[in-house]
Design a protein around this ligand. Structure first.
Ligand code: INI
Length: 157
């Protein structure tokens, strides 16, 4: 097979990562933060190389990610939030803006921004994804970020 394969692995050694986490639905987002920190440290990262920015809600995540990306101090950024559907269309506006915004920050800044924002129909689905039967999406998003950064380090300049 005469081809070069570029692939990232889970190694967080030496990485500097900023976490941007919403306070809204803190009973969920605090679990996502814990999962993300645990995944970082268990893969060789140093907790001192993590910076945590707390924002009021998921809507505030993209601009905060952009400000942090523009400092040039972080290898990657992790967005953490929990948008839970209620009886009004508010959910649709917040979830669509945060997902579009986070993707846009990554593309325009060149700094990878991983998406660990839950968008669920109810509280039970959010609890399942914050460290119970469906795992911890904060940890999953951190692993995705670590793997992507390792892949980027292997792409020839
Ligand atoms: N913010 C969230 O992070 N999750 C939600 O479920 C949510 N809902 O449903 O309202 C939410 N709203 C607040 C929003 O993110 C902003 O903080 C607010 O609109 C001020 O800009």
């Amino acid at each position: 097979m005469p081809m070069s394969i570029l692939e990232g692995h889970f190694t967080a050694k030496g990485l500097k990562v900023a976490l941007v986490a919403a306070r809204f639905n803190d009973f969920i987002t605090s679990k996502l933060i814990e999962g993300a920190i645990d995944a970082f440290v268990r893969n060789g990262g140093n907790e001192k190389d993590l910076t945590l920015a707390r924002v009021p809600g998921a809507f505030e995540i993209p601009l905060t990610c952009q400000k942090l990306a523009n400092t040039g101090r972080y290898d990657g950024i992790l967005a953490l939030g929990a948008v839970i559907r209620g009886s009004t269309p508010h959910f649709d506006y917040v979830s669509s803006e945060v997902s579009k915004g986070v993707a846009q920050v990554g593309l325009t800044s060149g700094v990878p921004v991983s998406f660990g924002v839950l968008t669920t129909d109810n509280i039970e689905q959010a609890v399942e994804r914050a460290g119970s039967k469906a795992g911890n999406k904060g940890a999953d998003a951190m692993l995705g970020l670590i793997e992507t950064l390792d892949l980027f380090s292997k792409i020839p300049r």
